[in-house]
Design a protein around this ligand. Sequence first.
Ligand SMILES: NC(=O)c1ccc[n+]([C@@H]2O[C@H](COP(=O)([O-])OP(=O)(O)OC[C@H]3O[C@@H](n4cnc5c(N)ncnc54)[C@H](OP(=O)(O)O)[C@@H]3O)[C@@H](O)[C@H]2O)c1
Length: 388
Amino acid sequence: MNRLTNIAILGSTGSIGRSSLDVISTFPDRFRVTYLTAHRNLDLLAEQIHRFRPHGVVVPDESSARRLRYLVNGTTELLVGEEGLYEAVTREDVDTVVSSLVGFAGLLPTLRAIEAGKDIALANKETLVVAGELVMQKVRERGVKLMPIDSEHCAILQCLQGEDAQSVARLILTASGGPFLHVDRESFAQITPAQALQHPTWKMGNKISIDSATLMNKGLEVIEAHWLFGLAPDNIDVVIHPQSIIHSMVEFVDGSIKAQLGIPDMKLPIQYALTYPERQRSVFQRLDFAALQCMTFFAPDMEKFRCLALAFRALRCGGTAPAVLNAANEVAVHEFLKGRVAFSAIPDLIEAALASHNVVQHPQLSDILRADRETREFVSKQMNAVPL
Ligand SMILES: NC(=O)c1ccc[n+]([C@@H]2O[C@H](COP(=O)([O-])OP(=O)(O)OC[C@H]3O[C@@H](n4cnc5c(N)ncnc54)[C@H](OP(=O)(O)O)[C@@H]3O)[C@@H](O)[C@H]2O)c1
């Protein structure tokens, strides 16, 4: 009988973390949860501890640890802070790390896990956006398996099975277009956080929901695809497909196109990442083509959705530019969610940050950390100059 695969989930209380636990719970003979991590949602973490009995959990600070001890009276080890995250992902009783923290916070624990030789199921796209060259180099050096959880990259990976890398002409990432696909650009300044959080086809965490509304999410995915599949920016296209049924496509040199289809449910790519290269039965809802009736496609409006154009620009600049794009976006989205800047100001802040930055090519980790820190400071200062 196969040994159980021990899994650590970074961000088990988030949207991807919860879906990962749902998938894992359907394969009790195959997977065992050994570490879970949370940030604010300690009540949910306590429930997950009761249900999955992990060896250890990570919480952000001592006061969270005290509260969790009060909620859970068990044998689960409590680890604390960033050091706790690094400890959890490098332990012997971990084979695979589901990297599903949100934002830049996911980079360092994911890097530590790779350095420790753990396989990675990667939802945290920001890891590859900010440090793609460095991360892919470490993945090769350590010989670990890096499986994308993003549905687009999972789709591309499936389309590439059995194909020669030389025969790939173009990757085509599909995008739902988000909630403002048919809203005039002139109205963008009035968009509220509550409106921007209403995604038409996917239920996700707050940050990625706003990124989907600005199409920055697609831009981050273009950068992620570049590092995962080794294609130049000119060979990566985006097409709007509001039904989110085709998750992405690959065009080959002979003009053939392969697509991967399915209902929009993140449990499917999570299961594929965890069971790869096998396919396992699932109870997920099946696609009903007759009920679907039609699928539509059109080109994204890069002038209206400037964040997508800025992501392509940062990818073409290379080096630390994507780290700057990401940091500026994280601050701008945070401030928008707090009601302190307008939706329409998000690309303005990112553009200003990119313009002010001197790009370092082939950056070391220290260059990336500096670019991230300086950009956060820069955007925070700009905030006062941006009208609401
Ligand atoms: N959701 C999706 O459908 C989807 C699809 C593809 C890719 N992704 C990517 O997956 C990642 C996670 O997305 P999500 O939607 O699952 O996000 P989410 O629902 O906001 O969950 C984020 C998780 O990270 C934890 N966390 C937040 N800030 C942290 C910090 N500073 N330090 C440590 N932990 C922290 C949260 O803990 P608490 O909840 O306890 O505060 C939560 O467990 C993102 O990179 C996103 O782009 C998501």
